[in-house]
Design a protein around this ligand. Structure first.
Ligand code: 2U9
Length: 371
């Protein structure tokens, strides 16, 4: 008995040793340790033995079982390691090959210009503020010196929400889609106080639609509040901003008196342009022959009443503010001629006018590096 079992064991171990696959190994496990396997059959004989016989045969048969089982485990580990080695050898990556073409998105010119503006104004100590696009009447109009009956309200072509909104500043207020980003600066003044330097870029809404107007467009407004602020600070800031943005030193500004309810005095800002091969290019003195002026920005000294609405003492604090259309800035700088294409989501337009996502605007590298 013992001798023939030893032969079967060495045969089984030899078969396990030469097994080349997990399936072949499994066949060996079933032949020895499966329900009808020869080791299982030996284990079943233990029940019919005397205690004395069992004391001898028990450890011997268990030894056979352990020898087969250990050999199978060791061979299985070796086969799996060999399979992994083979897979790793197969899947080796050739780093000298060019990267495969991947689908690539692009940065919309509006986002690009907003990033450029944030970079330019950060360099002058401004932070970027944001606020809700659904505004209450008080923040969008009243606090900006446009009471209920003010004609400027009608000029804003406002989208009103039908229901009455919450109480603001002690009176019920209607909700609107903000018509400008000015309420963002009102909130910045009430929350942060003075001194203050912020720009507020974002979407604004007016019920107006033609070739040069879309119901949603983008603005950036800027606000500086400090002691002793005057129009000279305003002019220097806008000049510095426009020179950095258009990447030309010969930007010339012309300030014209104007009217906005939130600024007093108010000035409209024109930029000089010159004719280069039939195209208007910004730069140069607009009064020279072949040159002209283009209206670009609105601005002014913050109205005393607006400072009071925001909780600041107008005898201590003064400020200037300005506003400009971001879409217009993008068109002027990057040469698009139809505003409506900005919002069509046309992949070909985006591929042509979009920017490389990895090309982040920095002042040191030039804010408008084109993809
Ligand atoms: C506060 C006080 C004053 C922001 C200003 C303008 C003038 C202006 C237009 C430019 C083109 C809007 O996009 S546009 O149609 N904006 O002319 N904006 S002053 O004045 C402020 C803002 C906030 C607290």
């Amino acid at each position: 008995m013992t001798g023939s079992d030893d032969i079967r064991l060495s045969e089984a171990l030899a078969a396990i040793d030469v097994a080349q696959t997990i399936d072949a190994l499994e066949a060996q496990r079933v032949a020895a340790l499966g329900k009808s396997g020869w080791v299982s059959a030996l284990l079943k004989t233990l029940g019919g033995m005397t205690p004395e016989e069992r004391q001898v045969e028990g450890p011997r048969i268990q030894g056979l079982r352990a020898a087969v089982s250990d050999a199978i485990d060791a061979k299985k580990a070796a086969l799996e390691a060999a399979a992994l080695d083979a897979q790793l050898a197969r899947e080796v990556i050739d780093l000298t090959l060019p990267a495969p073409a991947a689908p690539k998105g692009s940065i919309h010119p509006v986002s690009q210009v907003m990033d450029e503006l944030a970079e330019i104004f950060a360099d002058m100590g401004f932070s970027v503020a944001s606020g809700p696009e659904i505004e209450d009447d008080w923040h969008n109009f009243t606090s900006l010196n446009m009471p209920e009956s003010h004609p400027a309200r009608a000029m804003h072509d406002t989208f009103y929400f039908p229901d009455e909104g919450p109480e603001v500043a002690g009176a019920p207020t209607r909700m609107v889609l903000r018509t400008h980003t000015s309420p963002v600066q009102i909130r910045a003044m009430t929350q942060q106080g003075a001194p203050l330097r912020v720009i507020a870029p974002g979407r604004v809404y007016r019920s107006d639609s033609d070739a040069t107007h879309t119901p949603m467009f983008h603005q950036v407004e800027g606000l500086v509040i400090d002691e002793g602020i005057h129009l000279g600070h305003l002019k220097w800031t806008l000049e510095t901003f426009l020179k950095a943005f258009f990447e030309r030193e010969d930007i010339v500004l012309r300030l014209r008196p104007s009217y906005f309810p939130f600024t007093e005095p108010s000035v409209e800002v024109d930029v000089g342009w010159q004719d280069v091969n039939g195209r208007r290019v910004l730069g140069g003195d607009g009064d020279a022959p072949g040159h002209g002026w283009m209206e670009l920005l609105g601005s002014g000294m913050v109205n005393r009443r607006v400072l009071e609405f925001a909780g600041l003492d107008p005898d201590k604090w003064q400020g200037f503010a300005f506003g400009v259309g971001v879409d217009r800035l993008a068109m002027l700088k990057y040469g698009m001629d139809d505003l409506r294409a900005f919002f069509d989501g046309d992949g070909r337009w985006l591929a042509h006018y979009g920017f490389d996502p990895l090309d982040v605007p920095t002042l040191s590298a030039g804010v408008g590096a084109k993809a």
